[in-house]
Design a protein around this ligand. Structure first.
Ligand code: UD1
Ligand code: CA
Length: 487
C-alpha cells in the first residue's frame, strides 16, 4: 500500500483552564513540553509531512519546537520528509474545526490534493504512543472509512466529547459536554480528539460546520455528524489504554501525567539495573542515563542531560542537572550539582553545591557546606568542610581546610586562584586572587594570602598572638571598684 499520510497537531489554543500566560502545549510533564511528547509520538507516522496548527503565542511555540529539534529550519535537512514540523497559523482561535480549516491549502497540497489521509491529533495528549496511532491508521485503512475516530472508555468521562452511536453500533455524532443531555452525559465512550480523515471529504464537510451556539466555536467534532448524515462510511477504533489518550486541560491533570511519565522513566531504569528508593518520589528527566548497580535515593531530581555511571549513589534529596558523574561516585544527601563533572570514586556532600563548570577529580572529597564554582579539583584532593572555591585550579592531593575562601571577586572582575599539587591550606584561610600557592606549600591556618607562595614554603599571614598573664584577675578587681555608669 502506498502510504500518504499527513499528520496535523492542533496546538493553537490558549488553554483557558491552565490560567497561564504560557500556551498550554508548552507546559511540561515528565521533563518535556506537552507538544514535544506529541511530536515524538507522531513523527514516525507521517509519510508526507507533520504540521502543527499554532496561534496563541505562535512565536513562542515555534521557538520551543525548534529548540526541541523539530524544526522548522531552512538549512539542509529541512523540507518535506526531513521529519521537521511545518507550521499552520490560526490567527484567531475559533475552535478545533476552524483550526483544521486554517490549514486547508497547506494540507491539501501535502496530502497530494485529494488522495491522502489526514491524521489529526491534539497537542495536549502527551501519553500518546506511536503504536496506538499506527493501529488507528491501520484500522482506518482496513475499514476503508472516510473518517475514523479514536475513542476510549473512561470510568470518569469528565469533560470529553461523548460518542453517539445508533442501535446497530454505527457512529452517528460526537456531542460536547456543554451541549449534551443528561442521558448523553452518562455515556462512557469518549472522543479522544484523534482522528483519521480522507482529505477529499474532510474539507467540504468542514466548510459546512456552523458556529456552536453555546461556545461560539467551530467544532471539528461536528464533521462526524455531517459525514454520517451524508452517508459516508465511518469507523471507530477503541484505544486499549484510556490513560494514554488523556487530554490535559488543567494543572491538576498535568501533575497526574507528570507522575505517570516519571514512574515510566524510573521503571525503565530499574529494569536496566538501577536501584531506586521510593520511585514515586524521584524525578528523572527522559534523557538522563544511569549505569547499573547505581542507587538513587528518595526525593532525588536528575535533570536535563545528566549522565551517571555505574555503582554510584545519589543521596536523598540531591538535585543533579546537566552533569556527568563517572563510576562509583558518591553524592550524599541534599547536594545541588549543576553543569559539572565528577570523576571515578569521588565523594560529594552532604549539603555541597557544585555550580557550573566544576570538575571534581577521581577520588577527591568535597564535604559538607562546600561551594565550588568554575573550578577544577585534582585527584584525591579534599575540601571536607565549609569552603568556597571559585575560579580556581586545584592540583592533586591538596588539602583545603575548613572555612577556606578563595576571594575571587574584587567587585568588578573575577580572578584565578591556583593551588598546586600537595599544597596544604590551613583552616580559615583567605586566598585573595589572583594568587598561586606552589607545589607542597603550607598556608598556616587563619592566613590572608595575597602574594604568591613558592613551592614547599610556609606562608603565615595573621596577627601574632600576644598573651597577658593574670589579665583577667586584674580586670575583675578593677570592675568591682568602679561604680557602674550605665545600666
Ligand atoms: C476536544 C474535543 C472533545 C474531545 C477532547 C479530547 C472538540 C470540539 N472537542 O475538546 O470532543 O473529547 O478534545 O481531548 O474538538 N485548538 C486549536 N485551535 C482552537 C481551539 C483548540 O488549535 O481554536 C487546539 C488546542 O490547542 C488543543 C486541541 O485543539 O491542543 C484541543 O482543544 P481543547 O480546547 O483542549 O479541546 P477540548 O475541550 O479538550
Ligand atoms: Ca483538550
Amino acid at each position: 500500500m502506498k502510504d500518504s499520510t499527513v499528520v496535523v497537531i492542533l496546538a493553537a489554543g490558549l488553554g483557558t483552564r491552565f490560567k497561564s500566560k504560557l500556551p498550554k502545549v508548552l507546559h511540561s510533564a515528565g521533563g518535556r513540553t506537552l507538544i514535544d511528547h506529541v511530536v515524538r509520538a507522531v513523527k514516525p507516522l507521517a509519510s508526507r509531512a507533520t504540521f502543527a496548527v499554532i496561534g496563541y503565542q505562535a512565536a513562542q511555540v515555534e521557538q520551543a519546537l525548534r529548540s526541541a529539534g523539530h524544526g522548522p529550519g531552512r538549512g539542509p535537512g529541512s523540507g518535506p520528509g526531513s521529519g521537521e514540523v511545518r507550521l499552520i497559523l490560526q490567527k484567531k482561535q475559533l475552535g478545533t474545526g476552524h483550526a483544521l480549516a486554517a490549514g486547508e491549502r497547506q494540507l491539501r497540497r501535502a496530502a497530494s490534493s485529494n488522495r491522502g489521509t489526514i491524521m489529526v491529533v491534539c497537542g495536549d495528549t502527551p501519553l500518546l504512543t506511536t503504536a496506538t496511532l499506527r493501529n488507528l491508521l491501520a484500522h482506518h485503512r482496513r475499514k476503508r472509512a472516510i473518517a475514523t475516530v479514536l475513542t476510549a472508555d473512561m470510568a470518569n468521562p469528565a469533560a470529553y466529547g461523548r460518542i453517539l452511536r445508533s442501535a446497530d453500533g454505527s457512529l452517528l455524532a460526537i456531542v460536547e459536554l456543554k451541549s449534551a443531555t443528561a442521558e448523553q452525559k452518562k455515556i462512557r465512550e469518549i472522543n479522544t480528539g484523534i482522528y483519521c480523515f480522507e482529505t477529499r471529504e474532510l474539507f467540504p464537510a468542514l466548510k459546512r460546520v456552523r458556529k456552536n451556539p453555546v461556545s461560539g466555536e467551530y467544532y471539528l467534532t461536528d464533521v462526524i455528524e455531517l459525514l454520517a448524515k451524508a452517508g459516508h462510511r465511518l469507523a471507530v477504533c477503541r484505544a486499549v489504554d484510556p490513560d494514554e489518550v488523556a487530554g490535559i486541560n488543567d494543572r491538576a491533570e498535568l501533575a497526574r501525567v507528570d507522575t505517570l511519565l516519571r514512574l515510566r522513566k524510573a521503571r525503565e531504569l530499574m529494569i536496566a539495573g538501577v536501584t531506586i528508593h521510593s520511585p514515586e518520589t524521584v524525578r528523572i528527566d527522559p534523557d538522563v542515563t544511569v549505569g547499573p548497580d547505581s542507587t538513587i535515593e528518595a526525593g532525588v531530581y536528575l535533570n536535563g542531560g545528566t549522565k551517571i555511571g555505574p555503582e554510584c549513589v545519589i543521596g536523598a534529596y540531591s538535585i543533579v542537572t546537566d552533569s556527568q558523574l563517572a563510576a562509583r561516585v558518591t553524592v550524599k544527601t541534599s547536594c545541588v550539582i549543576t553543569e559539572s563533572q565528577v570523576d571515578d570514586g569521588a565523594s560529594v556532600g552532604p549539603f555541597a553545591h557544585l555550580r557550573p563548570g566544576s570538575q571534581i577529580g577521581a577520588g577527591a572529597r568535597i564535604g559538607d557546606f562546600v561551594e565550588i564554582k568554575k573550578s577544577r579539583i585534582g585527584r584525591l584532593s579534599r575540601a571536607n568542610h565549609l569552603a568556597y572555591i571559585g575560579d580556581a585550579t586545584v592540583g592533586e592531593d591538596v588539602n583545603i581546610g575548613a572555612g577556606t575562601i578563595t576571594v575571587n571577586y574584587d567587585g568588578v572582575n573575577k580572578h584565578q586562584t591556583i593551588i598546586e599539587d600537595g599544597a596544604f591550606i590551613g583552616s580559615g584561610s583567605e586566598l585573595i586572587a589572583p594568587v598561586r600557592i606552589g607545589r607542597g606549600a603550607f598556608v598556616a591556618a587563619g592566613s590572608t594570602i595575597h602574594d604568591h607562595v613558592p613551592a614547599n614554603a610556609l606562608a603565615i599571614a595573621r596577627a601574632r598572638q600576644s598573651v597577658k598573664p593574670g589579665w583577667m584577675v586584674a580586670r575583675v578587681r578593677k570592675l568591682k571598684k568602679t561604680p557602674k555608669t550605665h545600666s
